[in-house]
Design a protein around this ligand. Structure first.
Ligand code: TXA
Ligand code: MG
Length: 323
């Protein structure tokens, strides 16, 4: 079993020692929990790929305390990247920049670029401060499945990893993965939607392109099927939700519903998501995990009616979870 450690001086020291010894450590960030290794430790990075079951060409995000630490793993800190960091760091924005020579290629899926992000969660920052090195960390879940937003989620996903340290920073405040922006192109390209919205990026960086590829490729977190429960899942408009659930149940199938509205729904298991956007994002993955654990034949999810701001990222995750 993993060891969930409460966040404090002693657990941070123990986790930092483990990272320096090449052991993986799971830790809270404001977005989702990460499974970390030192970016410069090639053998430890290989263990992270193995634990995730992640294809070796799917690059990791390096977590850093600040721009000076980011400079140890990435290059081309021009006006654009400096400005984005000044406005959005620390926080849920990941920037893709040229990879520094010291970083093993394997830490970046073989690419010449590296994704860097400075988390704002105090636990992640204390850990970075204690290790005094960049920490590469994918979300602490098995490849393709729903990301963890609590220490319990991580322990649930890795029951067989004896002694894995999980630093418990409570439930993640943001709840969905960071926005990813590629600053290696002439014009910035958004590669993954997150809680830093396109509108916010345009305000700071000027025009941006959006290229959320739907196939495994340059940005594999963009693979269409991702963030998925194991149970077959469907995304439905409010108008057809009730009828669809009734039809499936009429045919003898057990249905778990994930709904946004407060209206009562007749299903075998119901999880209600908050109607406000930020709160909905924060509760989303726990709701998907609960629905998955209910042991039903299928999950039916109510499609949000909005697609602006954080709702664009929520819609994106729901579409991937159900494709
Ligand atoms: O919020 C987050 O970003 C969380 C927490 C732990 O920080 N991390 C996370 O990592 O979501 P992961 O590995 O699950 O997703 C990393 C995403 C993927 O979509 C990956 O393809 C993209 O970042 N990425 C990383 N390096 C890249 C690169 N050099 N070029 C293009 N995409 C890259
Ligand atoms: Mg992930």
């Amino acid at each position: 079993m993993p060891r969930i450690l409460p966040y404090g001086d002693e657990s941070i020291r123990e986790a930092a020692a483990a990272l320096r010894a090449g052991e993986p450590v799971a830790f809270a960030t404001e977005t989702v929990y990460g499974l970390g290794a030192r970016t410069l430790d090639e053998a430890a990075i290989a263990r992270i790929y193995a634990l995730k079951g992640r294809p070796s060409d799917n690059p990791l995000i390096a977590h850093v305390l600040d721009v000076p630490q980011a400079r140890t793993v990435s290059g081309r800190w021009d006006r654009r990247s400096l400005r984005a960091a000044a406005v959005f760091w620390p926080g849920p924005l990941t920037m893709i920049l040229p990879r520094a020579g010291a970083v093993p290629r394997a830490a970046c899926g073989g690419l010449d670029t590296i994704a860097v992000r400075s988390p704002v969660h105090p636990l992640a920052r204390c850990l970075l401060y204690a290790v005094n090195d960049a920490i590469s960390a994918p979300s602490a879940n098995r490849s393709g499945e729903v990301s963890p937003t609590s220490a319990e989620h991580v322990a649930h996903d890795y029951p067989e990893v004896a002694g894995l340290i999980v630093l418990d920073g409570g439930p993640c405040r943001v709840g969905i993965e960071s926005t990813v922006i590629d600053l290696c192109e002439a014009r910035p390209v958004v590669r993954r939607l997150g809680s830093v919205s396109i509108e916010q990026l345009v305000n700071v960086l000027g025009p941006v392109e959006v290229d959320i590829a739907h196939s495994q490729g340059a940005s594999p977190g963009s693979a269409r099927r991702h963030y998925s429960p194991r149970t077959r899942s469907l995304l439905l408009d409010r108008a057809s939700l009730e009828d669809s659930i009734a039809r499936e149940r009429g045919a003898g199938r057990r249905v778990a519903a994930v709904v946004l509205s407060r209206l009562a729904i007749d299903a075998d298991h119901v999880t209600a998501l908050p109607a406000e956007g930020d709160a909905c994002a924060a509760a989303l993955y726990d709701a998907l995990r609960r629905a998955d654990a209910a042991g039903c034949d299928m999950i039916m999810i109510e499609r949000p009616s909005r697609a602006d701001g954080i709702w664009a990222a929520i819609q994106d995750r729901l579409e991937r979870a159900t494709s």
